[in-house]
Each structure stands twice: as structure tokens, then as C-alpha cells.
Write a protein that binds this ligand. Structure first.
Ligand code: B12
Length: 141
């Protein structure tokens, strides 16, 4: 499977002139599901974004500090387990503490979340990598 996956979906090169910067990770409580995040990261890179991947089981505060540090346009949160979904409100808190609330696009997807979970903190829900690309492109338009 990993051989097949590698053949089908190679890591795209870093874009030479990125159209925007995205920080992506699996929110704290999601310690294993890197496949959905990988798919979204690769789709974003293929579409011209510089993507900073901060990995799995990442606390909300780290998403925000990495976004600030890198002057990112978008925070992309993958939440594929219920414990990760329950940590979504911590993102809102971290954004407010950093003064980034309303100033950066936050998109959320993954098997454990639905639109109302994202709506609750004023984020945008995306159900696929295609929607992730669409949302990120709108954010930098
Ligand atoms: C493969 C898999 C695993 C693998 C992970 C391998 C890996 N390296 O990724 C393994 C076996 C390790 C695993 C473990 C567990 N899993 Co699991 N797993 C799955 C499974 C079968 C497929 C996930 C997958 O890779 N799909 C392929 C991707 C490409 O498709 P996708 O998920 O639809 O992704 C798209 C969208 O979600 C979206 N998207 C994803 N992230 C983002 C982010 C943004 C910003 C946007 C816009 C879009 C977006 O774009 C993606 C690409 O188009 C799902 C069930 C399912 N059918 O989804 C369960 C599932 C996610 N797992 C589940 C669970 C419960 C677990 C465990 C907790 C089980 C356990 N009791 O131990 C553990 C996790 C432990 C932990 N602490 O985190 C549950 C979660 C339910 C919940 N609400 O909590 C699911 C839904 C199964 C189920 N029906 O119960 N799992």
C-alpha cells in the first residue's frame, strides 16, 4: 500500500513563487491520522502554496504561534478523532490570545468534524482536499 501510495501521490516540489502560506497539522488528540493531512498538504503544494506541516497531535497554541512566526495566510486543521474535535475551542482561545482572531483564515476538516464544529469558532469547514484548495485560494485572492 505504501509503495502504491508513493507512486500515486508523490510529494510535490516546493512552489517557486508561492501564492500563499499555509500551516497544517493534526490537532491535539489526533495522534495517528496523517494520511488525510498528507493529502491536503500535497494538494495545497500542487496548487502553489508553501505549506508548513507541523505534524500530529499538535496543541492549538502551536498552530497559532507557527502561523504568526511564518506570516501565514491560512491555518489548516485536520481533526480525525473525537478528542481532537473537542480541542477546537482551544484554537479560538489561542487565536484571541495572539490577536489573530478574524485576521487569518482557519479551515478545519477531517473524519471527526462537521460544519457546525467549524462554524462554532468562525472557521471554515472543508470536506475534501479539493475544498481545502478552494478555501485557501479564496483566502489569498
Ligand atoms: C486509516 C485509519 C486509521 C489508521 C491511520 C493511518 C494513518 N497513518 O493515517 C489507524 C489504523 C492507525 C487508525 C487509528 C485510529 N483510528 Co482511524 N481511521 C482510519 C480510516 C479507516 C481512514 C482514514 C483515512 O486515511 N482516509 C483517507 C483520507 C484521504 O480520506 P478522508 O479521511 O476522507 O480525508 C479527506 C477529508 O477528511 C479532508 N480533510 C482531512 N483533513 C482536512 C483538513 C482541512 C483543513 C480540510 C479543509 C480538509 C481535510 O480532506 C481529505 C482528503 O480529501 C477512518 C475511517 C474513514 N473511513 O474515514 C478511521 C477513523 C478516522 N478512525 C477512527 C478512530 C476512532 C481511530 C482510533 C481512535 C481507534 C482506536 N480506538 O484506537 C485510532 C486513533 C488513535 C489516536 N489517538 O489518534 C474513527 C474516528 C471517529 C471519531 N469521531 O473519533 C474513524 C472515523 C473510524 C470510525 N468510523 O470510527 N485509523
Amino acid at each position: 500500500m505504501s509503495w502504491l501510495k508513493g507512486m500515486l501521490d508523490k510529494e510535490p516540489p516546493e512552489p517557486e513563487n508561492p501564492i500563499g502560506i499555509v500551516v497544517i497539522g493534526n490537532l491535539e488528540g489526533d495522534r495517528v491520522h496523517d494520511t488525510p493531512r498528507d493529502m491536503v498538504r500535497k494538494a495545497l503544494k500542487r496548487n502553489g502554496f508553501k505549506v508548513i506541516d507541523i505534524g500530529k497531535d499538535v496543541p492549538a497554541s502551536k498552530f497559532v504561534s507557527k502561523a504568526k512566526e511564518n506570516n501565514a495566510n491560512v491555518i489548516a486543521v485536520s481533526a480525525n478523532t473525537t478528542p481532537a474535535k473537542e480541542n477546537i475551542p482551544k484554537l479560538d482561545e489561542a487565536l484571541k490570545n495572539a490577536g489573530l482572531k478574524g485576521k487569518i483564515t482557519v479551515m478545519i476538516g477531517g473524519a471527526a468534524v462537521k460544519k457546525p464544529d467549524a462554524d462554532a469558532i468562525g472557521a471554515i469547514f472543508g470536506k475534501s482536499k479539493e475544498e481545502a484548495v478552494e478555501i485557501a485560494k479564496k483566502a489569498v485572492a
